[in-house]
Design a protein around this ligand. Sequence first.
Ligand SMILES: O=C(O)C(=O)C[C@]1(C(=O)O)C=C[C@@H](O)C=C1
Length: 96
Amino acid sequence: MGDALPPQHDTDLPASEAEIEELRKEIDRLDAEILAAVKRRSEVSQIIGRTRMASGGPRLVHNREMKVLERFSELGQEGHTLAMLLLRLGRGPLGR
Ligand SMILES: O=C(O)C(=O)C[C@]1(C(=O)O)C=C[C@@H](O)C=C1
């Protein structure tokens, strides 16, 4: 990941045009990975939810949701928002 590039530090000069191009490619690759992971996460979450409800269980599991929120809280308030969105995506169209 990014091993063709020199180490980057906050004090470095801005990246060259060529480096910007490489970095944008890295962003494009990361976005594709993130999108695939979010789609899969939503599928898995919906499978669990449907299975639980089919056997009479609750739609939501509070302590699991707390764990997800905690996990993303290292990113601060935006991490909390991101975790909430992931949980909403997992609920599917009926859960919003
Ligand atoms: O872990 C579960 O039991 C799930 O149903 C998954 C999940 C999630 O998306 O993380 C979704 C809904 C629940 O309220 C808690 C967690």
